[in-house]
Design a protein around this ligand. Structure first.
Ligand code: CA
Length: 228
C-alpha cells in the first residue's frame, strides 16, 4: 500500500512515516500544500493522509482540488481536537474520513487500511468498461485511451460513462440531459453540445480513431471503429 503524508510538522510526519513503513506501507512525505497536491496528482498512491493547517495551500483546498483530479483517491484528513467545524469542512471538501489530533497510531492505521481496502479490495471484482482502446476504471474513475490517461471533469466523466455503457445507441440531447444532469433542459440550450465537444477534445481529438459521432438531427452515438 502506498501512502502520501501531507504534514508540515516534521516530528509528526516522521512518526507517521516510521509507523506506516513498519506496517509494510511505502510512504512519501510532502511538507506543504503545493507539494502535497503535486505529488497526489502525479498518482501512484492508494491513500492520502492530509493535515488541514499547512503552509502554501491549506489542506481543505488541497482536498477540494484533488477531488476534481482524482475523484476516487481516498483522503484521510487530520483535524485538530475540539474544532468540529474543521471536521465538517474537511468532509465537505471531499475527505473520506478524518482522525482528530492527538490520535493513537493504531487508530490512524486502522482507518488508512479501511480506506485502502475500499478501493483496492473492490477493484479486483470490477472489470473496466471498454470500447475499442478506451477503458474506464469505474472504481478509481480513471479513463484511458491506449496508454494515455485522460483527465475528465465529473460531468464529462458521467457523460462518457453513458456512451461507453451503451455503444451503438444513439442518444438524443434530451436523453443525455436527463441521464447525466438529471434534468430536462430547455430545448433552446446547447449545453449538451458544449459538453460533448469538451469530451471529444479529450477523448477523440488527440487520437486517430474517433469514437463519438454526431447523428444529424438526432443526437450522438459512440461507435466502434469500422473493422478494417
Ligand atoms: Ca500542520
Amino acid at each position: 500500500m502506498r501512502v502520501l503524508i501531507v504534514e508540515d510538522e516534521p516530528s509528526l510526519a516522521e512518526f507517521l512515516r516510521q509507523g506506516l513503513e513498519e506496517h509494510g506501507c511505502a510512504v512519501s512525505v510532502a511538507t506543504d500544500g503545493h507539494m502535497g497536491l503535486a505529488a497526489a496528482e502525479e498518482g501512484g498512491f492508494d491513500v492520502v493522509v492530509l493535515d488541514i493547517l499547512l503552509p502554501a495551500l491549506n489542506g481543505l483546498e488541497v482536498c477540494r482540488r484533488l477531488r476534481l483530479q482524482r475523484p476516487a483517491l481516498p483522503i484521510l484528513m487530520l483535524t485538530a481536537l475540539g474544532t468540529t467545524t474543521d471536521t465538517v469542512r474537511g468532509l465537505e471538501a471531499g475527505a473520506d474520513d478524518y482522525v482528530t489530533k492527538p490520535f493513537a497510531f493504531d487508530e490512524l492505521l486502522a482507518r488508512v487500511r479501511a480506506l485502502a481496502r475500499r478501493v483496492l479490495g473492490a477493484a479486483i471484482d470490477v472489470p473496466p468498461l471498454r470500447v475499442a482502446d478506451l477503458s474506464i476504471d469505474t472504481l478509481r474513475r480513471r479513463v484511458q485511451r491506449g496508454d494515455v490517461e485522460l483527465a475528465l471533469t465529473p460531468r464529462e466523466y458521467a457523460l462518457l460513462v453513458e456512451f461507453v455503457r451503451n455503444p451503438g445507441k444513439t442518444f438524443s440531447r434530451a436523453e443525455l440531459a436527463e441521464r447525466v444532469w438529471g434534468v430536462d433542459f430547455d430545448t433552446g440550450t446547447n449545453v449538451i453540445d458544449v459538453y460533448v465537444n469538451y469530451l471529444r477534445n479529450k477523448v477523440d481529438k488527440p487520437f486517430p480513431t474517433k469514437l463519438i459521432h454526431t447523428v444529424f438531427g438526432v443526437g450522438y452515438v459512440m461507435r466502434l471503429p469500422e473493422a478494417v
